[in-house]
Design a protein. Structure first.
Length: 155
């Protein structure tokens, strides 16, 4: 299965199974999951970014456990649209996943999701340590929710 354009998600994929959202980072990878109706994204897991094969194994375990057919990976786009090292790393991560398994992957804009996640956790009065533990999962959740909202508006 290919890397997909978020503007052209095949109808057969939409609202069939939950979607996994990934906020890729060099140290930590935040993972969010949607409900099967593609309405609500929720924080799911935090994966330590160690060796790629270990990370892929953990991601694919989630895919199998939750019957995921689509993974949305955050695309860290700069405001001036200059390609960043993190954007290259995120895209390479997604492409490497497709080399190991036949899975649909789409990249979606994740601008400001980390800032939004930090602000939301400050509003919840979480201490600094708890915010550090959760920021990547929450950022993945914001990114995935944006994607789900985009798909809903395209109907």
């Amino acid at each position: 299965m290919p890397l997909l354009d978020y503007k052209n998600i095949p109808q057969k994929l939409i609202k069939q199974n939950a979607v996994l959202g990934i906020d890729y980072g060099t140290k930590k990878i935040g993972v969010a999951i949607s409900d099967r109706s593609w309405m609500i994204a929720s924080p799911y897991k935090l994966v330590r970014n160690t060796k790629f094969t270990n990370v892929a194994k953990e991601i694919f375990q989630m895919v199998d456990d939750e019957k995921i057919e689509l993974i949305v990976i955050g695309n860290p786009i700069y405001l001036d649209n200059v390609v960043s090292k993190m954007q290259q790393s995120s895209r390479q991560f997604g492409m490497n996943l497709t080399k190991l398994r036949d899975i649909n992957i789409v990249f979606y804009d994740e601008r400001f999701t980390s800032i939004m996640a930090k602000e939301a956790m400050v509003e919840q009065n979480l201490n600094f340590r708890r915010r550090l533990q959760k920021v990547d999962k929450v950022a993945a959740t914001f990114m995935l929710q944006r994607f789900l909202d985009y798909i809903e508006k395209q109907k």
